[in-house]
Design a protein around this ligand. Structure first.
Ligand code: F6R
Length: 361
């Protein structure tokens, strides 16, 4: 049942305010400015002994893991990184007893992720899951974890589950942070930011008509470049994947800082750039990248907290706490990919060559 929407993707994008509300519900503890994660299975003493966190997933879940790693480093000050599960399992990784491993999966059935979890468990590692489907294979194989509560996702490409997974990582990062060195005041600030998310997502959804016009403008591009820095870079990766998957337009994502190390050679009027530019301490650096693109007559669509003078168009996103900004910045680009694919007459819910859950190697 699409509930009045033309596609599941549109329905699932629109459900995000409620979905995010669900991942937060019942977990916030205002008294100690932290969150309770019932299924984590990791007590405070154990949490303090973690030296490093390694996050594993595929596709969109890997991108959510990259944002998760950033949140954990920022809020909990634990070194963290994410890697595609398939790469990890084939390179005979060093499994370290002081590292906490986290497997991320919407379906909970992705074979490469499951195989990575099994290999880790065999070597005695502690593995948690950040999973959407309750009781799925990955949920069962892990030692504990955080359910994402996005609800069923039918469209082959992931939207609401990405947003909820990233929000679940914010909860985990806050939880670990408050066990370690995150102050009560910062905990409170993040909690208030989390509570603003559903309303802010609603505000983004209201911009659909304008985003649709932009999508139509760029729909005849042969290729698009997506750039961002630090918190914006994983958003660029995910937005570029979404565009590729459903519109079949070639897209690349680069850290804005890497442009001058090569991809700048591609910039010319027929290659538009989507720039993710949060209002953070990298704003000026990002603006400099826009100037470099403009100097080569590249078109720019910015996703930012304020109009960008150098951009041809800006999608303005509501500002949250800096640490949480990346949760919101991907959403207008889901809508952008959707309307680009629609303008090109693509089969949005079932893109060619793709399956919802990849249970093969
Ligand atoms: C992207 C997409 C895929 C999945 C990937 C992992 O829109 O749907 O990239 O994210 O196949 O799937 P899960 O999260 O089920 O492990």
């Amino acid at each position: 049942d699409m509930g009045g929407h033309d596609t599941y993707m549109h329905k699932e994008i629109s459900e995000q305010p409620d979905a995010v509300d669900r991942v937060l519900r019942g977990r916030i503890d205002d008294r100690f400015s932290t969150v309770h994660l019932g299924g984590l299975n990791l007590d405070a003493r154990e949490a303090r002994t973690i030296r490093r966190i390694k996050i594993l997933g595929c596709g969109t879940s890997y991108h959510a893991g990259l944002i998760g790693a950033g949140l954990i480093e920022e809020l909990a000050r634990i070194p963290a990184d994410a890697e595609p599960a398939s790469e990890f399992r084939y390179r005979n990784p060093v499994v370290d007893p002081d590292t906490l491993y986290i497997a991320v999966s919407q379906s909970g059935e992705t074979y490469d992720v499951l195989a990575a979890v099994q290999e880790l468990k065999r070597k005695g590692a502690r593995v948690l899951g950040v999973v959407n489907v309750v009781g799925s294979a990955i949920a069962r194989e892990t030692d504990g974890g955080v359910y994402v509560h996005a609800g069923p996702e039918v469209c082959v490409v992931s939207t609401k589950c990405f947003t909820n997974t990233v929000t679940a990582f914010a909860l985990l990062a806050l939880h670990l942070g408050r066990i370690r060195d995150l102050s009560v005041a910062d905990g409170k600030r993040i909690i208030e930011g989390l509570r603003r998310l559903p309303g802010q997502i609603q505000e983004i959804l209201k911009q659909e008509d304008e985003i649709k016009k932009l999508a139509k403008r760029y729909a005849d591009a042969k290729s698009m470049m997506f750039i961002g820095r630090v918190r914006g870079y994983p958003v660029a990766l995910e937005a570029s994947l979404k565009l590729k998957e459903i519109s079949y337009i070639h897209a690349e994502a680069y850290p804005a800082s890497e442009l001058k190390h090569g991809p700048l050679a591609l910039i010319e009027p027929s290659l538009p750039t989507v720039a993710i530019i949060p209002d953070d301490d990298l704003l000026e650096k990002n603006r400099a990248a826009l100037e470099e693109i403009k100097a080569r007559s590249g078109q720019i669509l910015a996703v930012a907290h304020q109009e960008q003078e150098k951009a041809d168009h800006t999608i303005v996103v509501p500002k949250n706490e800096t640490e949480l900004d990346s949760i919101l910045m991907g959403i207008p680009l889901q809508i952008f990919a959707y309307h680009t694919a629609l303008a090109l007459g693509r089969d949005i819910d079932k893109p060619r060559n793709l399956a919802k859950s990849v249970t093969v190697e």
